[in-house]
Design a protein around this ligand. Structure first.
Ligand code: SF4
Ligand code: SF4
Length: 323
């Protein structure tokens, strides 16, 4: 089972949730379904990876990552322009008697190499960053990508990270996605069995949650929501989740001790160990929900994920009735 943790914007507590989810699973002696613990954790936020600050892995292996980009042998080139015509990304241009390659735009598709009638193009590696893998003290297999400064494309690094860090057949994978809803997020959550969306109950949080939900729907991934900093803001996120049939799986209160602890690099379950049981229960609900179809999750009232929505809805009604 692959669980992607994402949010429509940065700073919502996505990594706080993802890392405590992994720690709670690693500490859970009662296995989730047929899964074996601990999980594999992938930090897909390759432009600004920070999950290692909370999980503190020891890195044991590293590998450079990048793309094969074209190199033109000017002696063979006849400047026919076919390479520039075939490139969908405008990464190669023929200007008079000169062929220019723009590595920052190249997607490494190899089309120009294939089409060149003179065999003037060869492929050379362009290193974009590093993949690093290791293990944490609690046995979590940890892997992350780290992009070189100035590299514009995160997607190839994320794609190769997901291929490089291979889970055991029965191992749960937790993927910490980058913030936002752009291509790196889509690449991170693609193939996930469940998308856990972390948001905050504010108009900004709601706006970006809506965008993230659209991504999940486009990819047909079942979703659930964690409301972080619960207690600030308004009921907009609750109302949206209720209308859209999105289960709210957990609420983390707005609390100074949590903010201070997270700022010091402490996982949430270290700050408040009682949250571990909540994360473990959430994992059980997700595992049961994943075994149902996405449609079942929002329409089947016997589904444990739906139960949470109903409970939250009742709780909100109760809150509204309080004068
Ligand atoms: S396709 Fe080959 S021969 Fe034609 S311009 Fe490009 S590199 Fe030169
Ligand atoms: S490898 Fe693909 S993206 Fe890169 S220059 Fe050639 S055709 Fe363009």
């Amino acid at each position: 089972m692959r669980i992607a943790v994402a949010s429509g914007k940065g700073g919502t507590g996505k990594t706080t949730v993802a890392t405590s989810l992994a720690l709670s699973l690693a500490a859970d002696s009662a296995q989730v379904g047929s899964a074996s613990n601990p999980p594999l954790f992938l930090d897909c936020d390759v432009e600004a990876p920070n999950a290692h600050l909370f999980l503190k892995p020891t890195f044991e292996r590293r590998q450079e990552v990048g793309l094969l980009i074209p190199h033109v042998d000017e002696a063979k080139c006849t400047h026919c322009g076919k390479c520039a015509e075939v490139c969908q990304y405008h990464a190669i241009a023929v200007l008079g008697k000169k062929v220019l390659v723009f590595p920052q735009l190249c997607h490494g598709c190899g089309s120009c190499t294939l089409i060149c009638p003179e065999g003037a193009i060869s492929e050379v590696p362009d290193v974009m960053g590093m993949l690093e893998g290791g293990t944490t003290a609690s046995g979590i297999a940890f892997a992350r990508g780290v992009m070189n400064v100035g590299e514009p494309m995160a997607t190839p690094v994320i794609r190769q990270l997901k291929k490089w860090a291979v889970p055991r057949p029965d191992q749960i994978v937790i993927m910490d996605a980058p913030p936002g809803t752009s291509c790196p997020v889509v690449e991170s959550v693609r193939g996930a069995d469940f998308l856990l969306l972390v948001t905050e109950p504010t108009p900004f949080g709601l706006h970006d949650l809506k965008l993230a939900v659209q991504v999940g729907r486009e990819l047909s991934i079942p979703m659930g929501v964690v409301v972080n900093r619960d207690g600030i803001g308004d009921h907009g996120v609750d109302d949206f989740c209720e209308t859209e049939g999105l289960p709210i799986l957990m609420r983390i209160p707005f609390e100074r001790a949590i903010a201070e602890g997270v700022a010091q690099g402490k996982p949430l379950v270290d700050i408040h160990p009682e949250y571990m049981a909540q994360f473990q229960q959430m994992l059980m609900r997700i595992a049961k929900g994943v075994s149902s179809s996405a449609a079942d999750i929002t329409s089947d009232k016997s589904n444990p994920l739906f139960e949470v929505t109903v409970l939250d809805f009742k709780r909100k009604l109760t809150q509204k009735q309080i004068p």
